[in-house]
Design a protein around this ligand. Sequence first.
Ligand code: 8YV
Length: 306
Amino acid sequence: MTTPRVVRVGPLMPFLEEALTTTYDAPSLADVGDRTAGLEVAVAGGGTVVGAAEMDALPDLRAVTNFGVGYDNVDVAEATRRGIVVSNTPDVLTDAVADLSVALVVDVMRGISAAERWLRRGEWAAGGRFPLTRDVRGATVGILGLGRIGRAVAERLEVFGAEIAYHSRRPKDVAWAHHDSPVALAEASDVLVVLTPGGEGTEHLVDAKVLDALGPEGYLVNVARGSVVDEDALVAALEEGRIAGAGLDVFADEPHVPAALLEREDVVLLPHVGSATVQTREAMARLVLDNIEAFLERGELVTPVD
Ligand code: 8YV
């Protein structure tokens, strides 16, 4: 029997786990004990940390392939220092995440989830009238982080008749209005959509100042990483009516959602499902497998991170 070269770090979706087991006889890191020799490729997924401790545990590690476009779960600086390369799954999930972002924008503005809960509670049958909501057409949507997904969200919302503005470190070659800070973008926006990567550089980029700039009629949508938003500041801003509402697919300490948010009618809460369609998750898994194969055969990754 050949020595496995691939190891699974933490749980992955069944399709990927199965393929890894069938094709590579890949053990899980929890089970390898001291049989770590020859394990060159570690496969990580959302929520699975690959830091110095995991790298220490795998002395022959040369590549980490991450199931997800975001790779804030992998200590890339430490990996680079050790000569370990890292890949992610860009592009294949852009449409799914952009669709969900747009759905949250429309939901918070039109009160779709809130209206549905209201109907189920029997308030319509009891003769109530659901309050009027807000049009997407004519609203300014601020995109915080104009990468692949940010552009896809902007293009979709233009079709809805929204005005697009954005902030990214450098202005891009696009016709949309660039703002030079998150506060300036929030001030100009009716809805602020967070689409930056997670990690140290963007931690709490959306803080109390940004939320106050968004204002009592403004909505926050976050489909990026919970770490980008100061969650305590968000709860306070909602409780004090300093913003109008929020649509959140990601949280600071998943799967835990602050109790203060669970009770609110002005927030839409999703369990990190931006990329969670059958087609997209299969495409992500295939890209992980392509990266592993390319690395084992040619020592190269198909989609290395920057
Ligand atoms: C996944 C994601 O939920 O790609 C990302 O960065 O956050 C999502 O697509 C996650 O990586 C799956 O584990």
